[in-house]
Design a protein around this ligand. Structure first.
Ligand code: SAM
Length: 226
């Protein structure tokens, strides 16, 4: 059995009882950075074997994990924070496990995009998530141009170094829209900035962006909810 176990995106108490039970009872934990996962395990007094796993982990590593699962062991797949596979490693492993008929169980839990969407005030009846926009200018322009006509709320993860650039690109390509930037969600300095792309650009031009960010922008032709 392979469990997909979401973990906190900031506040260490954002974990379900069931997630803790599974981390305690599984045979081993598959994680990204063992030091990061160690902090969580220590907080819940869990001692467990950890295997580090990355998007580009060798096929051998996947094979080794699958072998243990076929032998009847159970494993919990976690990431450094949030839901594994969502802009995080695990896709290849889950695909391979499903191919082999291994049971995969996914627990509900923290995920930055859903946390931000729920509080955004933007339309939630229809939305799409696109992960991180490409870092290079030409790639970014094509990427945003392809999304210009979409009518649903659009959600992105972004590095602090490119938040302002992304807002500027959106303004240039989408035109004026309502948007929300969620920063450091569930953490001490949690903050939502809601406004038009123009006002957000003004705000972010004044100070350096620090922390983790989710950017949401309303779809084409959407009326503002707020
Ligand atoms: N798997 C995670 C999830 O379920 O949200 C996402 C992992 S991805 C590698 C990390 C990115 O998610 C960050 O760069 C940021 O864009 C977003 N993120 C994660 N935690 C966040 C938080 N507490 N506040 C705002 N954004 C966050």
């Amino acid at each position: 059995m392979l469990f997909i176990v979401p973990t906190p995106i900031g506040n260490l108490r954002d974990i379900t009882f069931r997630a803790v039970d599974i981390l305690k009872s599984c045979d081993f934990i598959i994680c990204e950075d063992t030091r990061q996962t160690r902090k969580l395990l220590d907080a819940y007094e869990i001692q467990k074997t950890m295997i580090s796993f990355h998007e580009h982990s060798a096929k051998m590593k996947i094979e080794k994990i699958l072998y243990s699962l076929r032998e009847g062991q159970s494993a919990a797949l976690v990431s450094d924070g949030g839901t594994p596979l969502i802009s995080d490693p695990g896709f290849e492993l889950v695909r391979a496990a499903l191919r082999e008929g291994i049971q995969v169980e996914s627990l509900p839990g923290p995920c930055a995009l859903i946390t931000a969407l729920a509080a955004s005030g933007l339309a939630v009846d229809s939305f799409s998530f696109f992960g991180f926009p490409p870092a290079k200018p030409a790639g970014r322009r094509n990427f945003f141009s392809d999304l210009k006509e979409r009518e649903e709320t659009l959600i992105f993860y972004e590095s602090p170094f490119r938040v302002l650039q992304t807002l500027n690109d959106m303004k240039e390509i989408f035109g004026e829209r309502e948007a929300v930037v969620g920063r450091e969600l569930t953490k001490k300095f949690e903050e939502y900035q809601r406004g038009t792309l123009t006002t957000l650009i003004e705000n972010f031009s004044k100070k350096k962006a620090i922390g983790e960010f989710v950017i949401l922008v309303s779809g084409a032709g959407r009326k503002a909810v707020l």
